[in-house]
Design a protein around this ligand. Sequence first.
Ligand code: ZN
Length: 399
Amino acid sequence: MTAPSQPQTSGKVVIRNVGLMLSGRLGAPILDADTVVIEDGRIAAVGRQRDCDLEHADIKIDARGTALAPGLIDSHVHPVVGDWTPRQNQLNWIDSTLHGGVTTLISAGEVHFPGRPRDVLGVKALAITAQRSFAAFRPAGVKVLAGAPVLEQGMVEADFAELAAAGVRLLGEVGLGSVKGGAEARQMVAWARKHGLQSTIHTGGPSIPGSGLIDKDVVLEADADVIGHINGGHTALPYADVCELCERSARALEIVHNGNERIGVLTARHARELGCADRLILGTDGPAGSGVQPLGILRLIALLASMAEIPAEEVFCYATGNTARQRGLDCGEIAVGRAADLVFLDRAQHTAGRDLLESVRLGDIPGVGLVLIDGVPRCGRSRNTPPATQIPVVEEGTR
Ligand SMILES: [Zn+2]
């Protein structure tokens, strides 16, 4: 259970006695399966135990009737370097987040970097450095997709081509730099898209002194791939404007923990009524003025399942398969070929819910019992969630 920072290979891992298999896929969020076989970090089989080849495992995991879900994906974080955030001057926030069941973090810009450069060359240098650094060093084993430059005035198409050639795949939140107008944002977002960089836009009022308002007209005009924190970060747009964003754009709708909870709940319900729940993705927007939220994604799942009254198994899809699809990631679902990023969950001790899904529907967060990344166990019983009623047992194998 040590947490080396470099990617490791899992060998063959056999997981049996899963009580509830959450696929991460809308349309079929619960699988008729109790067994998963992993080969070298990827899911090789999912099904009933009698149909799976369990021989010669390097690691055997008895789930003891607990639930298995894809590792959670936080679509919106602001990392800086390693496992330190200057925002609240905190160490090991990513390790703590792993204990909240999160296996992938997606940067919306390394904007808290002290003295962050605002000139175009400096912006590119920081983005490339962040991309390189987090690709080579996974804090606590967590996958951090970073290197997300914030748009500054003066950037030209060649800058995006250069960033793409250097391996940068993301844009930081549009609006956090000097580009705040719809027309100039639209031009740069289009250049970024042409060169394979995915974009996110800040939505709503300023998050901290120095940032600004991005209203619905700018969001629609810029046409970024992800409508970042559609429920505000923290200050939300009027609900009528949020509805207009859902209706007039086809882009991803990102709900964050550090946003307006009322608008988050209403947005999720509205997207479902419009038949576009596949666009809903979840993030924390941490570290932030609100602090670091190791359990932010689990709390958001419980919030939407209880207050928006959406089936819990569907809300888990927003935090896993939906994000993976919108972001083009190879994780986020329990399916053959996917990265074996998995979290074992059970109802928290003494919840009023009789099982995991009912407990989440009642607004309680589950307990995390074990987390795998690329099939490798990264943490056992979470030090941060309420204790799970039952936890899996990991045994060395028989190979
Ligand atoms: Zn923001």
